[in-house]
Design a protein around this ligand. Structure first.
Ligand code: MN
Length: 372
């Protein structure tokens, strides 16, 4: 990325009055935090900004508007009259409602145009378009892009951009950037970093990540609530579901934990798919377990989805691909159909056999690791 892309984007921002910020669909902490930081800062400059989101903000990130003062506008509810008069069949606002409104649209943390969902039309209608991102794999869909795959989060790029515009410059910080404004921007950036790095645990973390986090923390004050809300708080339905999880975990062979949750388990807990997030990791987190196999019902009746997790010792992507799925060495998945409990047990047994073979194979190829 040419360094002067920063300057070109700053020129576009300075020349714009009305700016559209678009996080990717199913916006995460980085997408929303980066947009929140940009929106707070640009708002402080006197720009009109709209952060247009495709779905309601996840409850774990609901604190962001409170700490940043930024409101997120839900696409489809941007104009209730428009929704009625000009809505698509699915009830969402179409672009006739906001025609040619924006001087500048910025796609944030979005690696491909698809990631903008139905808002792509609004992006394309803006007079000027840009993209800020950190995904190495993606499409170069914007006329101007700020992207560095070495950034742990898009928010690193946002910090570097805003820093050039006067943010966090110590005594040289312009007066219009008040401590309150700095606090709001910093809280958003810090949230983005915490979420995209798994609390600074992932391999994407660099010295620059820690530097920016340190600066953000210095400006924002205590941010421990981010960890609490994003990683610690679980839904009540998750808690109820966990009773079933611990009752039903099986250890069919050394190093293997297997779990089947049925439609009835979900119904009894009042839980949906979103409440089952992280359960596969629970299996892997048990001491001595190399492979965790979590089977849950698919939305399609008679079908099941399998999430597998492993330690470094086993490549569960091998099992997943043998069963028509795919994924990564330590996290992969597949699906199968089962019309009755017998077929479900058979499929589970086949997966367990595959895991057993995988563990035995790994033990043979690395004798010492076998006893880990
Ligand atoms: Mn990101």
């Amino acid at each position: 990325m040419p360094e002067d892309n920063f300057d070109r984007l700053i020129e576009l921002i300075n020349a714009s009055e009305d700016i559209l910020l678009l996080p990717h669909i199913y916006a995460d902490g980085d997408a929303l935090g980066s947009c929140g930081a940009l929106s707070a800062f640009l708002g402080g400059m006197g720009k009109r900004t709209t952060v247009l989101i495709q779905e309601p903000v996840e409850s774990k990130l609901a604190f962001l508007p409170r700490v940043s003062g930024v409101s997120f506008t839900l696409f489809g509810e941007a104009d209730p009259a428009g929704k009625r008069e000009n809505g698509d069949e699915d009830g969402k606002v179409n672009d006739a409602v906001i025609p040619d409104r924006f001087d500048l649209a910025i796609a944030v943390d979005s690696s491909t145009p698809d990631r903008l969902g139905g808002r792509l039309r609004l992006y394309e209608k803006a007079k000027e378009k840009a993209r800020i991102d950190h995904h190495a794999a993606g499409t170069d869909f914007a006329p101007l892009t700020l992207l560095d795959p070495a950034w742990s989060a898009t928010a690193e790029g946002v910090y570097l951009l805003l820093n050039r515009m006067g943010f966090d410059r110590g005594d040289d910080t312009p007066e219009w950037i008040t401590p309150e404004l700095s606090r709001a921007v910093a809280a958003c950036i810090y949230t983005a970093l915490v979420t995209d790095t798994g609390c600074f645990a992932f391999s994407n973390v660099t010295a620059q990540t820690h530097y920016i986090a340190s600066r953000a923390r210095a400006l924002s004050g205590n941010m421990s609530y981010v960890y609490h809300h994003v990683f610690e708080v679980k839904s009540m339905a998750y808690a109820r579901l966990m009773k079933a999880v611990y009752e039903k975990i099986e250890f069919p062979a050394e190093g293997i934990a297997a779990l089947v949750l049925t439609k009835e388990d979900f119904e009894a807990a009042g839980a949906g798919d979103e409440d089952a997030e992280g359960i596969a990791n629970v299996l892997r987190s048990i001491e001595g377990i190399h492979v965790g196999i979590f089977i849950k019902p698919d939305k399609v009746p008679g079908k099941y989805r399998v999430s597998m997790r492993s330690d470094e010792f086993c490549d569960v992507a091998k099992i997943a691909s043998a069963f028509g799925g795919g994924g990564h060495v330590c996290a992969s998945g597949c699906g199968f159909a089962a019309r009755n409990p017998e077929e479900l047990s058979k499929a589970k047994a086949a997966l367990i056999d595959a895991a057993r073979e995988l563990i035995e194979g790994s033990a043979r190829s690395d004798g010492a690791a076998g006893s880990v």
